[in-house]
Structures are given as C-alpha cells and as structure tokens.
Ligand binder design. Structure first.
Ligand SMILES: Cc1ncc(C[n+]2csc(CCOP(=O)(O)OP(=O)(O)O)c2C)c(N)n1
Ligand code: SF4
Length: 268
C-alpha cells in the first residue's frame, strides 16, 4: 500500500486554508501508516469536529466523524469491541483538551490502546479564532481582543500525569521526526499521545501578528530543541520535542478480557 492508496479522493479538494498545518499532519500520518505497512481494513479513525478533525473525511479507512470532544469515547467503544483494530484519533487542542479534556485524561489513565494526535494550533480554527486551553497567557483571539488571561496546559506534562504510556511532541516543520513518532505511537500497545504544533495562519497567526505559514513554521524550527538537549538548559524558553514517555503497562482491553474470564470461572 502506498500513501495515495490511503486517500479518499472523492472528498477532495480539502477545506483547509492555504498554509494550514493540518494538511502536513495528514501527509505524514499516511507516510507513518505506509511505513508500518498497515492495511486499510486494519485501521479505524474516529474524530470530533474541527478543522483538524476533518482528517477523518480524507482517509480511506473505517472512519467515524462524530461529536466535538467525544472522539475518544467513540474510539473506546470501537476498540472494546474490536481490539485487534488500530484506533487513530486526530483532534484539535480545543476538541481534545477543552470540551474533550475529561475524556482525554480518563482514556490516558486506562491505558487503552488508542493513538491520540493533538494538532495544537493554540486556537479554535473552525469556529473563527476563539482562544483555547492551549492559547496561553497574553495571546489574542476573537474572544480575547485585548489579551487572553488564561494560562495554557502543557500537553506533554498533562499526558504524563494522566498516565499515557507513550507521549511525544513534534511540529509541522519537523516532518521526518513526525513520521517516525507517529509510526512509533501507532505501533505502541497502550494509550499514545502525539502533540503536533500545527500552524493556523488564518486566526492564531493573524490575531497574534506572527506572519504567514512559513514564519510560523520557522518559529517551530528556531524555538524547539530535541528532548534532553543542552540548549534547553541554556534557554528554558525552548520547547522540547521528541519522545518523553515510552513504557509498557497492562493495556485496558487485555485486562478487560481477564475480568471476563474471572467472571466466567466464577459461574462454574
Ligand atoms: C458540542 C459542540 N460544541 C461546540 C461546537 C462548535 N465547535 C466546532 S469545532 C470547535 C472548535 C474547534 O477547535 P479545535 O478543536 O481546536 O480544532 P481546529 O479547528 O482548531 O483544528 C467548536 C467549538 C460543536 N460543534 N459541538
Ligand atoms: S482556520 Fe486555521 S485551523 Fe482552520 S483550516 Fe484555516 S488555517 Fe487551518
């Protein structure tokens, strides 16, 4: 299978603005799936609502385009019924961590074998640039015309604290790293989280005077550093990218099967 075979061509052209980072994520996600040699029938993608969530329309897998914030609930239902399938859930930062924040932390805590991709553009793109839990203090959005006074989450720290067994971060600039990380995350047996810094030039870029898409991607290049690097110590403002957590813990569906066996044995 090649990348082109994974695309659902009849849904093109896509809805994304010129320069949006989400198309780069789609491209590299398909390259990661190609690298893993997965068949289309082995993959289920569930998504909520948002520019990022629209990815589920463009891939020729089993797909469920569902309700804002609830993509992980649908993924959990599918995975519990068909644990042999690969569940991939692309989400925006609003979808994953505002309305969907509760579902996110509990899916991580259970260590259910799902890959959560958080496309962090620090804003609600689809609905017109409202600030999100990832916008950060001092930024601007349509609902924060003077400045946003909410402090942002750190996706990596939140995922670690909630119990995700694979946690990574990359950006739309670092495409080779993105492919490798996404392949590792999909291959991981447990709850995996990949934060991808993805530019929204239309709202976050324009509202915060960050320039166009190439300027925003240049920011990712210049303001990130590999996890554990010396540069981070010298300049704590740098954002670390790479794999932060990769560990084996009992997976939820396997454990659930054990409980079923215990229940059956108790009836004998
Ligand atoms: C229950 C519900 N609440 C609110 C909305 C409106 N809504 C649609 S997408 C969205 C936010 C999208 O932002 P994000 O998830 O960060 O994704 P992006 O569009 O930035 O990729 C909101 C609030 C909705 N569709 N359903
Ligand atoms: S509004 Fe932002 S997130 Fe949505 S398609 Fe346009 S650039 Fe991408």
């Amino acid at each position: 299978m090649a990348v082109k075979d994974y695309i659902r061509k009849r849904f093109f052209p896509h809805i994304w603005c010129p320069g949006c980072g989400h198309g780069i994520v789609l491209n590299n996600l398909l390259r990661a799936i190609e690298k893993l040699k997965l068949k289309k029938n082995e993959i289920v993608m569930t998504s909520g609502i948002g520019c990022s969530s629209r990815i589920s329309g463009y891939v020729d897998f089993h797909t469920l385009h569902t309700i804002h914030g609830r993509a992980l609930c649908f993924a959990t239902g599918v995975k519990m019924n068909r644990p042999e399938l690969k569940l991939i859930v692309p989400m925006g930062d609003g979808d994953a961590l505002a309305i969907g924040g509760n579902h996110f932390i509990h899916a991580a805590r259970r260590n259910i074998d799902i890959t959560a991709i958080i496309m962090n553009n620090r804003i609600y793109g689809m609905t017109g640039g409202q600030f999100s839990p990832l916008s950060g203090y001092g930024t601007k959005g349509t609902t924060a015309p003077f400045m946003n006074i909410d402090h942002g989450f750190d996706v990596v720290e939140l995922s670690k604290a909630a119990g995700a067994t694979f946690v990574a971060r990359t950006s739309t600039y670092h495409v080779k790293q993105m492919v490798d990380i996404l392949a590792d995350a999909i291959d991981h047996k447990g709850f995996s989280v990949v934060e991808i810094m993805s530019q929204c030039p239309t709202y976050f870029g324009r509202k915060n005077k960050l320039g166009g898409a190439t300027d925003m991607m240049t920011f990712y290049k210049d303001h990130t550093t590999p996890v554990g690097s010396k540069e981070k110590k010298a300049n704590p403002e740098l954002i670390e990218r790479g794999i932060f957590v990769h560990e084996d813990l009992p997976e939820y569906c396997n454990e659930y099967d054990k409980v079923i066996e215990m229940a059956k044995a108790s009836l004998k």
